[in-house]
Design a protein around this ligand. Structure first.
Ligand code: HEM
Length: 433
């Protein structure tokens, strides 16, 4: 076999540049090297939509590693078999698919409305903690309905454990080293599991399984039968945090854009005037009518995909475009650069929600949108996330003008580690007259 072709390597000390400014390096790699480039030996980045999609769809060749955040607890005998994983995924999706979310809009809207109503006006406040708290309540309620109050305190601590784990540190410890952060994570996971187990047993023994996501996981399926209790308990810590963690990062970017683009905010407010005064009366038909608001959410997610870099691994030499990727390589899929490719989106750095609408104002698909990933590991909660974020955006603009604090200081710190986020974001709400 002849010499194998490698993707072009970006010259320079990329590791240091990566630590300094990850977004800038991702853009430089795409600009100077093209669709797929090499950052370090054995570390490749796919920068354009077509190749990102290809890697995410070819899950056999480009494998997603096990979730490092909440690995199965030791007592459960390790990672589930593929068949069990597929069944757990299918069971969760029965509760998370668009039709299931649509049926529960009247439960979600009061939570987002409460968050907006409680936003103190006339002062600059750090907005992400209350928003995260509100989304956490909505997410936990969505998963566990009337059992949510029991699990809510544990969910907050799972989130905290995750925050500590993803904090940048000087050393990358091998997975098996029980660092203080990992021990804290395990303790929180055990506490959550202890709180959840009696709920699972009570629902199973009473036969009242519930219509929420947990209820769907407790139902037997014709092909597979019952999911083992441990499989349910192991998968729910990660799902629970997922319901509010990335959505609250996205919410930060959206609120910032309402502050920076008052005309867009006015247009959202006009659309949101059609929502019922009682948020519990909101239905999927109301939500679907918020075309412009949804376009704003999608446009913000395009420009600032919270999960801006997804990781895959190759187990054997694998062809990608005209290249061969060695076995044991890491392939980083970059929705951020894919979304800012002028071949996909005209004037890609411009905030332009209208690009998601056709001339009649109906939803359109102008180009790549990878903020929720794609393929077999695409986001399970995309419909829930879009519902929460669209409602939060509409209700915020209907009630408030949002502004950034005046002065030379930026209103947030950009972070790229563990997700693209507006850390410490400070904003001011003023009641719309
Ligand atoms: C704006 C909000 C959200 C964004 C931007 C987002 C983004 C993503 C992305 C990009 C992936 C693919 C990861 C990969 O391929 O490596 C993913 C996976 C996932 N998301 Fe989300 N997500 C959001 C909200 C949610 C919510 C509300 C849930 C609630 C259940 C959720 C549950 C999941 C799960 C379980 C996976 C893993 C799927 C798998 O590995 O098979 N996400 N998400």
């Amino acid at each position: 076999m002849g010499r194998r072709n490698k993707p072009p390597r970006l010259p320079g000390g990329n590791f240091a540049a990566w630590n300094r400014d990850r977004l800038a390096l991702a853009r430089r790699g795409a600009d100077e090297c093209g669709d797929v480039w090499q950052m370090e030996p054995g570390v490749y980045v796919t920068a354009t939509a077509g190749l990102c999609e290809e890697v995410l769809h070819r899950a056999q060749d480009f494998a997603k590693g096990p979730s490092p955040l909440f690995p199965p607890l030791k007592r459960s005998g390790g990672a589930p078999a593929p068949e069990e994983r597929a069944h757990a995924h299918a069971a969760r999706m029965r509760g998370l698919r668009p039709q299931a979310v649509a049926a529960r809009i009247g439960e979600i809207a009061p939570g987002t409305a409460r968050c907006v109503d409680q936003w103190p006006t006339g002062q600059d406040i750090e907005i992400l903690p209350p928003v995260r708290h509100a989304l956490e309540e909505i997410g936990v309620r969505y998963l566990f309905s009337e059992d949510a109050p029991t699990l809510l305190p544990f969910a907050s601590r799972l989130f905290l454990a995750r925050e500590v784990l993803v904090r940048p540190s000087r050393w990358v410890w091998p997975r098996w080293v029980p660092t203080p952060a990992r021990r804290f994570r395990t303790r929180q996971q055990i506490a959550f599991t202890h709180a959840l187990r009696p709920i699972v047993r009570r629902r199973r023994s009473s036969g009242h399984l519930g219509d929420d996501v947990l209820g769907q996981m407790l139902r037997p399926s014709s092909g597979y039968g019952l999911l083992p209790e441990e499989a349910i308990l192991d998968s729910l810590p990660g799902i629970t945090v997922a319901t509010f963690e990335t959505p609250s990062r996205a919410a930060g970017w959206i609120l910032l854009h309402l502050a920076r683009y008052p005309e867009a905010a006015d247009r959202v407010a006009a659309e949101a005037a059609l929502l019922p005064a009682d948020p519990a009366a909101t239905t999927s038909t109301h939500l679907e009518s918020l075309h412009y608001t949804r376009a704003v959410v999608r446009e913000v997610l395009r420009l600032h995909p919270p999960s801006w870099l997804l990781t895959r691994h190759t187990a054997r030499p694998t062809r990608l475009a005209d290249y061969t990727i060695d076995a044991g390589s890491t392939v980083l899929v970059c929705p951020y650069t894919a979304h800012r490719d002028a071949r996909e989106h005209s004037e890609p750095d411009r905030f332009q929600p209208e690009r998601w609408l056709d001339e009649s104002g109906s939803p359109a698909k102008p180009g790549a949108f990878l903020s929720f990933g794609t393929g077999p590991h695409g986001c399970e909660g995309a419909a829930l996330a879009m519902a929460m974020l669209t409602l939060l955006t509409a209700q915020t603009a209907r009630r408030h003008h949002v502004s950034e604090p005046p002065g030379p200081e930026p209103s947030y710190r950009l972070t790229t580690f563990g997700g693209l986020a507006t850390d410490g974001l400070r904003l001011r709400a003023t009641l719309r007259s």
